[in-house]
Design a protein around this ligand. Structure first.
Ligand SMILES: [Zn+2]
Length: 376
């Protein structure tokens, strides 16, 4: 049923429509035209008021032939850079670029699959539940589209995000992530004339960081400090220093422990210097995304496993170290797994995808839909 040539051609067309975060308009309207031509209802939500994208998230409703619980499929519209004027090369069954830009298979492979699926459902007398497609904006800049999605427009309670690499590896677990900022306020003074009157914020910040754990803390937890700033002149005791970092764990509890550790470390070091009101040390933590884990016994995992079996695929479940729209959906009560589309080396100019894997992923999605139609 999957038409490999049509899928390849559509994919190539999508790759040539530039869609960096916040500028997904052209791509989104192109998709809405396709789905409307197939007589499926399309909606844009009002998320652009918060994401500042040109468009809202695009939602497409495919009525089922069976009165069942709907399922959703999601792919994100935006890509990372460099993306300008991509030169797409198709060679020996593989899509890639000339190495000057990303390919954008992340996540246009997912979009191409959903277009092909929509056409197949129109053309063939299949039995299936209502299906919702969610095309999100601004995924690459903090999952903004899914964070500001109008969930009232979504009827499905479970589904799949098409945004991972290997087709046989289904992601059922992803970590929580927080970003943090540590700020130190000291007191400036001339470094040569009266250093004893100063409080060196950079020195205090270094002492705080020196005693914190970074890197891989345990098998499911990492922490990094990535940016440090402070001071303006070599001969002035700096009165301000700031460090920015992030922490991730598959166990939310461990991140709360790390936050306590950071706060205690700040208090300890700062208090050892306290003269009057200074220095001041503070930490701010902001959740970027929340962990999820769908156990392998869950009917949703079993559904993919069974669909894979029909295609002679050995589906295995894996955890991911990054965040995706799936983190946000699961947090908002939409249970979902992440499917691989065949894309490789994403977020690099070496990004590529084997057409056969893209086709295979489309088969898996179709099989999931067909099985869902057969289930009680
Ligand atoms: Zn992606």
């Amino acid at each position: 049923m999957i038409d490999p040539d049509r899928l390849a051609l559509e994919f190539q067309t999508l790759l040539n429509i530039e869609s960096p975060s916040k500028k997904e308009g052209k791509l989104a309207y192109y998709l809405a035209d396709i789905f409307e031509a197939l007589n499926y209802k399309c909606f844009f939500d009002k998320s652009s008021e918060n994401t500042y994208s040109e468009v809202g998230n695009l939602i497409v409703k495919i009525p089922g032939t069976l009165p069942k619980q709907p399922i959703f499929f999601c792919a994100h519209l935006d890509t990372v850079g460099p993306y300008e004027n991509p030169k797409i090369i198709f060679e020996e069954g593989i899509f890639k670029t000339d190495g000057k830009t990303i390919l954008g298979a992340d996540d246009k492979s997912g979009i191409a699959i959903l277009i092909e699926i929509a056409k197949i459902l129109k053309e063939n007398p299949l039995s299936y539940p209502p299906i919702e497609f969610i095309f999100t904006t601004c995924e690459e800049i903090g999952l903004l589209g899914s964070k500001y999605l109008n969930y009232n427009l979504i009827d499905a309670k479970e589904g799949f995000v098409l945004d991972s690499e290997n087709v046989e590896e289904v992601i059922n677990s992803a970590p929580s992530s927080y970003q943090f900022i540590i700020e130190i306020k000291g007191k400036s003074a001339h470094a040569g004339l009266n250093p004893e009157e100063g409080i060196n914020a950079i020195y205090i910040l270094s002492q705080i960081l020196a005693d914190l754990p970074f890197g891989r803390i345990d098998k499911e937890t990492t922490m990094n400090v990535g940016i440090i700033n402070g001071g303006n002149y070599i001969n002035i005791v700096p009165d301000y220093a700031v460090a920015k970092g992030e922490m991730r764990s598959h166990e939310e509890k461990k991140l709360l422990e790390l936050q306590n550790l950071i706060q205690n470390q700040i208090d300890k070091v700062v208090n050892s210097y306290k003269k009057g009101d200074l220095p001041i040390g503070s930490a701010k933590f902001e959740k970027v995304f929340k962990a999820f884990k769908i156990v392998e016994e869950d009917p949703l995992c079993q559904l993919v496993k069974k669909a894979g079996k029909k295609l002679n695929l050995n589906i295995v479940f894996k955890k991911k170290e990054g965040g995706s729209d799936a983190n946000v959906f699961n947090e908002r009560g939409l249970k979902c797994l992440i499917l691989g589309t065949g894309m490789q080396k994403v977020h690099t100019t070496e990004e590529y995808i084997n057409l056969n894997n893209l086709i295979l992923s489309a088969h898996l999605v179709l099989e999931i839909i067909k099985l869902k139609g057969e289930m009680e």
